[in-house]
Ligand binder design. Structure first.
Ligand code: AMP
Ligand code: GLY
Length: 440
């Protein structure tokens, strides 16, 4: 079967590897030359991923039967719908279904309308004065978010990014006046306090099949300091849940995702593809922080390498509405994923810097390497302004997976690279366990 993967990041590299394990012929459309994808694809097209006409033209020319979209932007641009109109299967949500991610206000009002548990108090505003009044009413304990997409970087939270009502109101005003996220509209949400976790699930329009929980690290610096990023690294545990949560928390979060999918169906927005729930585990249980219409990046890299079931078969079951009759199995292993990013990532990234990667040595250490937003020129690898590459360690326990990941990192060199070494280390995980027991 000819399968097209759209996107050139580390998440897409992981998706491409899963497609290859299914014995399919892999084709790629990416805007940067990802060396990992280039090597395993039968053919690739370096092009804008949001240009629906060109994607369709390429897919037809290569007799593509199934397409998988990595990032949210092509979904928002209607690439799914355009491919479907040509009779091509797409294991990713349509533009309308992807609104669960691309329009945060829609997500919040859907949860409210269908009385889905785990929602947070929130309101959207186009008027800065009204936004300020709401922030005042909430005592400043809020998250201020552009309604549209900002790649995870437009959100600011009380205590983390601003100190008081005045700063929150000023940022809300800036979101409106500068149309951050593409629209002159801001969402103000109640601030949730707790520990974050992600659940990704396969969805066929009616039913979801969840995958193991993962914890991402959004903040740039060790100890969860600094600005929000696309995600600096993540870990998962062999048990399928995380050290600071119990099975009930996991089941509750899965049931929230299931209810969202059912609500989408009632709204005539059939959701087919991977659905991603970002939750805050609070003293009152899991609360929804955001829903994404795709795999998480880095979270896809924790889950896809563990998948024992044929990935392309799962994709077909999602498209054909048959996921409930499918058994999906994972290796019972723990994973730790860390990103290598260019120095200055999140503020002033140093693009165009050379990175040296000893792939054979990483393989020998037992780690998995996924290339992200790098460019390959004359056999050399250079940074861009985004995350460069990720390494995943896999073992029975998180500690061992972390050590494998770190041993592999010794084989990635560059004068201007940065890694959050604390991810997956016992000390940080213990801090999360202690935080949670204090809140319960
Ligand atoms: P998002 O792009 O919506 O995932 O937001 C980025 C990060 O901001 C999240 O991963 C959380 O750490 C934080 N955040 C977003 N919304 C809230 C909220 N309502 N309460 C507390 N933290 C939040
Ligand atoms: N890891 C967060 C995201 O993919 O949005």
């Amino acid at each position: 079967m000819n399968v097209l993967v759209i996107g050139g990041g580390a998440r897409e590299h992981a998706i491409c590897e899963a497609v290859k394990r299914s014995d399919a012929e892999l084709y790629s459309i990416m805007k940067n030359l990802n060396p990992g994808i280039r090597r395993i694809a039968r053919d690739f097209h370096l092009h804008s991923e949001t240009d629906a006409d060109s994607v369709v033209k390429y897919a037809i020319s290569k007799n593509i039967e199934l397409a998988i979209i990595g990032p949210e932007a092509p979904e928002e641009a209607g690439v799914t719908d355009a491919l479907q109109r040509e009779g091509i299967y797409v294991a990713s949500p349509s533009k309308e279904a992807a609104e669960i991610e691309t329009n945060k206000e829609f997500m919040r009002s859907l949860m409210e309308k269908y009385c889905i548990p785990g929602s947070l108090r929130s309101r959207a505003f186009s008027d800065a004065k009204e936004a300020r009044e709401f922030i005042e009413m909430m005592g400043g304990e809020v998250a201020v978010k552009p309604v549209g997409l900002t790649g995870g970087k437009g959100v600011r939270v009380a205590g983390d990014h601003f100190r008081d009502i005045e700063e929150a109101a000023r940022y809300a005003e800036e979101v409106i006046s500068k149309k951050i996220g593409g629209e002159a509209r801001v969402l103000i949400e109640e601030k949730a306090v707790g520990e974050e976790f992600t659940i990704q699930a396969f969805c066929d329009g009616s039913t979801i099949v969840p995958t193991p929980a993962v914890q991402d690290h959004k903040r740039l610096l060790p100890g969860d300091e600094g600005p929000n990023t696309g995600g600096m690294g993540s870990y998962s545990d062999a048990s399928g849940i995380l050290p600071f949560m119990d099975r009930n928390d996991y089941e509750e979060a899965v049931s929230v995702l299931q209810r969202i999918v059912e609500a989408m169906k009632s709204e005539g927005r059939d959701y087919r593809g991977v659905i991603y729930g970002q939750f805050m585990l609070t003293g009152e249980g899991p609360k929804v922080i955001e829903i994404n219409a795709r795999w998480g990046d880095p979270e896809a890299m924790n889950i896809l390498p563990l998948l024992k079931t044929d990935f392309v078969d799962i994709c077909l079951a999602m498209v054909e509405g048959e996921i409930s009759s499918k058994r999906v199995d994972f290796e019972k292993k723990s994973t730790v994923c860390k990103y290598v990013v260019p120095e200055g990532y999140g503020t002033k990234p140093m693009a165009g810097e050379r990175i040296y990667v000893d792939e054979a040595a990483i393989q020998k250490e037992g780690g998995k390497l996924f290339y992200a937003s790098v460019n390959e020129m004359d056999g050399n690898i250079y940074t861009t302004t985004s995350r460069s590459l990720a390494v995943v360690g896999i073992a029975d326990r998180i500690g061992e997976a972390e050590r494998i990941c770190e041993r592999c990192m010794e084989h990635v060199r560059g004068e201007h690279i940065f890694i959050r070494h604390d991810i997956g280390k016992e000390e940080l995980i213990q801090k999360r366990i202690d935080h949670m027991s204090m809140l319960r």
